[in-house]
Design a binder for this molecule. Structure first.
Ligand SMILES: N[C@@H](CCC(=O)N[C@@H](CS)C(=O)NCC(=O)O)C(=O)O
Length: 255
């Protein structure tokens, strides 16, 4: 069940239920949430059968970001810290069957996808193509309001991209960075069932969270064209994840 609220506090918290606070789902069209990290975390909770409730929330965490969880009345921010905490609490192995070398590879992929692959997506939609993105952003709001919000995000994301360094490259170079990451993901996935083998791990959740933003949103992303034309194995992985763990994905995506 999903509800919208401005504050982090609910009158009633059930013990051992994860209250997953996410940017309101209504901000997204064609994908469950505009936040890759919210999708990643929800998928991980689903895969591991951890009881949770999604709460659409305008507020950000005490670290100023979304998503975050409220768990047994404690606020925990950041998807990676949350997964670490919940894995310990519920005795879940986030990397089942992996040796130390494989775990090192898993970590490298998570960091690449979340800290690098995500940027060409944010730059494409928030910095370079806000008019196109306004068709897929906050569909419940009038187009002028959407464009106003996106205009502010354009400046903010642009500055952050410059600070990160990636924003100093040309559009073509930025998109090449994204496509090169996608090729690395596809090459490593090969014919395996999941990124790290027979079992789904956080790596699949990160890849799905970030790349679902381009796969399911039919904009002109060069990264989308690249996946559609060259990486059928990524599309098969996404079908497998949705069909097994998120069977109501399509219903939950507003079109
Ligand atoms: N490392 C964080 C990243 C979360 C993140 O970047 N969230 C974005 C929304 S998609 C956000 O809150 N941005 C606001 C900000 O960084 O000030 C996580 O994994 O949860």
């Amino acid at each position: 069940m999903s509800e919208q609220q401005d504050t982090k506090w609910k009158a009633e918290f059930k013990k051992d239920v994860v209250y997953l606070h996410v940017i309101p789902r209504s901000r997204a069209r064609a994908v469950v949430n505009i936040s890759p990290y919210a999708i990643k975390l929800e998928l991980w909770l689903r895969i591991n059968n951890i009881p949770f409730e999604t709460i659409d929330c305008q507020a950000f965490s005490k670290k100023g970001q979304s998503p975050f969880i409220m768990f047994n009345k404690e606020e925990i921010p950041d998807s990676n810290f949350i997964i670490e905490f919940l894995s310990e609490y519920f005795s879940v192995n986030p990397f089942p069957g992996l040796n130390a070398t494989e775990k090192a590879v898993a970590r490298a992929f998570i960091k690449m996808v979340e800290e690098n692959t995500s940027w060409p997506i944010f730059i494409y939609r928030y910095v370079e193509n806000i008019d196109e993105y306004s068709e897929y952003f906050s569909p419940d709001q009038p187009v002028e309001v959407r464009k106003q919000i996106l205009g502010k995000l354009q400046e903010w994301v642009g500055k952050r991209a410059h600070g990160h360094g990636i924003g100093r490259h040309s559009s073509e170079e930025v998109q090449k960075v994204g496509c090169d990451d996608i090729q690395a993901i596809s090459d490593f996935l090969g014919q395996k069932k999941f990124m790290m083998g027979d079992n789904p791990t956080v790596v699949d959740c990160s890849v799905f969270g970030v790349l679902s933003q381009v796969v399911y949103v039919p904009m002109g992303y060069p990264m989308r064209k690249y996946i559609m034309e060259k990486c059928p194995n990524i599309l098969q992985l996404f079908d497998r994840l949705k069909n097994t763990y998120w069977t109501n994905w399509d219903e939950e995506c507003k079109m």
